[in-house]
Ligand binder design. Structure first.
Ligand SMILES: Nc1ncnc2c1ncn2[C@@H]1O[C@H](COP(=O)(O)OP(=O)(O)OP(=O)(O)O)[C@@H](O)[C@H]1O
Length: 248
């Protein structure tokens, strides 16, 4: 899907600072910034404590950490499902703290989200699962047709377009989930444990799709427990530990 995002946006290095380091001086546009972010859930300890993160457009980042360390929380802050207790979250030049209503919805359309548990509509075919996303975003029938085929091709599901989710393997279902996330060509893709339910072969297939999207210029953030997968891909990694982000 070459039209996904500008190739010119591709840039491989991730810039991450702990709270005591400075934002790098660079002219490349930031896609994601956390500025002194603390997140505390009601009656809980701080999951994130005064953390900073800086990601340029077109970068690829793995987020690792033990169960309950705060990986999903980090992603939820980036798509506005959670708001920080303190600090600022800036995505694609928009400060989520001041975005409301339609403006927040518009920003969310620029973020493709992939979940571990696929979140497919069981009564709809593969194609329909993808189409409903575009319909919800107000695309014309012509534009939907233009986008559907290359997206299914990219995730290797063109031949399964008329299948229902329960006729697919776990890996195929996850690739439908990815197709749903990317069919609107978002410049930012957030994937929360996308390979958590998959065997190594399927996990690798899924990772190759993310890497291809990244090569087209998309900024990609993937949370994972899979150390082998992280090692196999040559991308920067941060670990969430004790409320802090550690570059490893
Ligand atoms: N809505 C919520 N209300 C209260 N506590 C929450 C909420 N969501 C998450 N938490 C707590 O915040 C901590 C971090 O959760 P989070 O889901 O971000 O961790 P995680 O690293 O993604 O874990 P896992 O790898 O198991 O998915 C956990 O202790 C969790 O219980």
């Amino acid at each position: 899907m070459p039209a996904v995002v500008s190739k010119a946006a591709t840039e491989k290095s991730v810039h991450l600072q702990d709270s005591d380091t400075q934002q790098p001086s660079t002219s490349a546009a930031a896609m994601v910034q956390l500025r002194s972010v603390t997140k505390t859930y009601a009656q809980g300890n701080s999951v994130l404590l005064d953390v900073n993160l800086y990601l340029k457009q077109g970068e690829f980042l793995f987020v690792t950490g033990s169960s309950g360390s705060g990986k999903s929380t980090l992603l939820k802050l980036l798509y506005g499902q959670e708001i920080p207790t303190q600090g600022e979250v800036i995505v694609d030049q928009c400060n989520l703290g001041v975005l409301r209503g339609d403006r927040l919805s518009l920003l969310r359309r620029r973020i493709g989200i992939v979940f571990q548990d696929y979140k497919l509509i069981p009564q709809r075919t593969v194609a329909e699962n993808v189409i409903v996303v575009l319909q919800a975003q107000g695309y014309t029938r012509k534009e939907i047709q233009r986008r559907l085929e290359p997206t299914l091709k990219l995730v290797g599901l063109l031949k399964k377009a008329d299948c229902f989710p329960d006729q697919l393997s776990g890996g195929e279902q996850q690739r439908v989930g990815i197709a749903r996330a990317i069919v609107g060509t978002p410049p930012l893709i957030l994937a929360d444990e996308p390979t958590g339910n998959l065997d190594p072969d399927n996990s690798w297939q899924v990772m190759q799709i993310f890497q291809k999207l990244n090569s087209f210029g998309a900024t990609v953030i993937v949370t994972t427990h899979d150390e082998q997968l992280v090692r196999r891909c040559n991308h920067r990694v941060i670990q969430v530990r004790n409320g802090q982000l550690h570059q490893i």
